[in-house]
Design a protein around this ligand. Structure first.
Ligand SMILES: [Zn+2]
Length: 239
């Protein structure tokens, strides 16, 4: 018996006032075999990357966690953006997963090499790939978990092929990434957080958190965990 949830990462809202106007729908449907939880935030126009401000330590859990020993992910390299080094894209994805692993002694994510699978299907492969996504979402992470134990059985990450991406391997700072492009490692660290059991935080005081729901072009803030992200890992997996 599986439940699945889907998180869509959207573009950062313009200003504080606009963030308050973002509508969030939380749907919960229950069927005979499956229930699904879908969290969607609707995008407002992209704002310039700005300093995230103070770390407010906030976090939210999505009610699931990785099983003992974690899960093994695979990347579909044939979907990687043209013009980017496959090695750099793979490195950005791998580092994103390692960022969560580095925060606990438990094994969370293992690199299982490559796949030709497509994200969004319960096919037993934990797939990370670029893919056309309906609407304005930048990325979508879908998880399937056991209804009783709440342990994750599979997750997939789709990064939208409708946007421009960069790896920015040497970039630093909160906004040091290439202009007009989303930083793969930045977005991927956020998506890996969903697989680890975290949900989005949306308060305008939470912009320093990796799990803050909105992303700006050139932003690198989410590459490193903030206090709230780290506290959630501690609660779920220990130090
Ligand atoms: Zn999210």
């Amino acid at each position: 018996m599986s439940i699945n949830w889907t998180f869509r990462t959207q573009r950062r809202a313009v200003v504080a006032a606009a963030v308050a106007a973002v509508s969030v729908t939380l749907g919960f449907t229950t069927g005979s075999d499956n229930a699904s939880v879908v969290e969607e935030t609707y995008a407002l126009p992209v704002a310039a990357c700005t300093n995230p401000g103070a770390d407010d330590g906030s976090f939210a859990l999505n009610g699931t966690k990785l099983p003992a020993g974690g899960l093994t992910y695979k990347t579909n390299q044939s979907t990687f953006p043209a013009g980017l080094s496959k090695i750099e894209v793979q490195g950005a994805i791998g580092t994103a997963f390692l960022t969560w692993d580095a925060d606990t002694s438990k094994a969370l994510f293992t690199n299982g090499g490559t796949t030709v699978a497509t994200p969004g299907l319960a096919d037993g492969v934990n797939t990370v790939a670029f893919k056309k996504i309906k609407g304005s979402a930048i990325a979508v992470t879908t998880g399937w978990f056991d209804r009783k134990t709440k342990l994750l059985k599979e997750f997939d990450v789709a990064l939208s092929s409708s946007y421009s991406w960069a790896t920015n391997p040497l970039a630093t700072g909160d906004c040091g990434g290439a202009a007009g492009r989303f930083d793969i490692r930045n977005v991927m660290t956020h998506e890996a957080g969903h697989a680890a059991g975290l949900s989005d935080v949306t308060s305008t005081t939470s912009k320093a958190q990796t799990m803050f729901a909105y992303v700006a072009y050139g932003e690198l803030t989410k590459r490193s965990l903030a206090d709230g992200d780290a506290q959630a890992v501690d609660i779920l997996y220990g130090q």
